[in-house]
Design a binder for this molecule. Structure first.
Ligand code: AKG
Ligand code: FE2
Length: 350
């Protein structure tokens, strides 16, 4: 079904709910690797099940986040403002973006520099981060192996009981100076809304954007709201099922490293009328000084590199000094490349 509506900026947009993201079973590694590569090319988003993150670890961190958001405002404010870590409400970033959301951003390399005074919360976060970092690395290793860019001679983890090798990407994420972050979002229910005609405009909790990092691993409390845009003005709702799944998406850095083969897709969150959404996002990122460029063997004579190399710190600076919805990848495109042959980059250069 296609529903046509107007968002608050009066831009005509369509919602199409006839696309389902692939649900990929990680217990069949070789099949999963192929499916993940295909999904990264086609949607930039997919869901994983049998991912190995214990339910207990997920429930604990989600319970602690719920209890944090249920505290009185002034108490939450004590963990803010979010520059760059801490509690924020409505204001997103430094450029005036607002949304119907409150959030808590934590760095993942302890010690946390903001004061979470609950020891239980801290422990739950630590366990969760360790588990999702491992999952992010596994997913990236599988994808890189499928792309043929894994390098086996640098696997220094002698405790590893897996025969597969670690990829350059998972090593960046495991680096002790890795810049990965954990973000909790809470979108309170909007209540009965709509105008006198009964038509309801989409209320935005988190405005459209791409994630700047390498890979995002997202969980929600089973309440819908996430939407992705594969073509301009058309939004595809991502249903929050199955409950046990992680939703995974490609970030800008991975789009650059795959020379545009993988898509960092625009997404946003619509607030629901009667249910509050909570989400937990782990953004896997390299160290600030890491050089981001095309992976070896990905660019060819026919498909020369589309982007110049840059450091993650440089990119992050570009991202955080711009509006949420503004593209930043176009700041790094190489002028010599012929964009028209790479339709998949339309999102990045529009
Ligand atoms: O809350 C969500 O489902 C998505 C939030 C998001 O896109 C983000 O934190 O980058
Ligand atoms: Fe996002």
């Amino acid at each position: 079904m296609v529903v046509i509506s107007q968002n608050p900026t009066m831009k005509i947009e369509k919602i199409r709910d006839d696309i389902d993201l692939p649900i990929i079973d990680l217990s069949d590694r070789s099949e999963a690797s192929k499916q993940m590569v295909r999904a990264c090319e086609e949607y930039g988003f997919f869901k994983v099940i049998n991912h190995g993150v214990p339910q207990e670890i997920i429930s604990q961190v989600e319970e602690e986040a719920r209890s944090f958001f249920s505290k009185p405002g002034p108490e939450k404010q004590r963990a803010g403002p979010p520059n760059p870590f801490g509690y924020g409400c409505k204001n997103i970033g430094l450029k005036g973006d607002v949304g119907e959301v409150e959030y808590l951003i934590l760095q993942t390399n302890s010690p946390f520099i903001i004061s979470i005074d609950s020891n239980k919360f801290r422990c739950a976060v630590n366990a969760y981060v360790e588990a999702v970092r491992k999952l992010a690395c596994e997913i990236l290793d599988m994808i890189m192996e499928e792309l043929g860019v894994s390098d086996s001679n640098t696997n220094t983890n002698s405790n590893s009981n897996s025969s597969s090798s670690s990829s350059v990407l998972s090593r960046l994420i495991r680096d002790s100076e890795g810049d990965s972050i954990l973000r909790f979002n809470h979108y309170p229910a909007a209540g009965a809304g709509g105008d006198v005609t009964g038509a309801s405009a989409t209320k935005i909790g988190f405005g459209e954007h791409t994630d700047p990092q390498i890979l995002t691993l997202l969980r929600s409390n089973g309440v819908e709201g996430l939407q992705i845009s594969l073509e301009d003005g058309v939004w595809v709702p991502v249903n929050p099922h199955p409950d046990s799944a992680f939703c995974v998406n490609v970030g800008d850095v991975l789009q650059v490293m795959t020379n545009g083969r993988f898509l960092s897709v625009r997404h946003r969150v619509a607030v629901q009328s009667y249910k509050s959404r909570m989400s937990t996002a782990y953004f896997a990122a390299p160290p600030l000084h890491a050089t981001i460029s095309c992976l070896p063997g990905v660019a060819t004579a026919e498909k020369p590199p589309l982007f110049r190399s840059f450091s993650w710190g440089e990119y992050k600076q570009a991202a955080y000094t711009r509006r949420l919805g503004e593209s930043r990848l176009n700041l790094f495109t190489l002028p010599a490349s012929d964009h028209h042959h790479h339709h998949c980059l339309d999102h990045a250069i529009d």
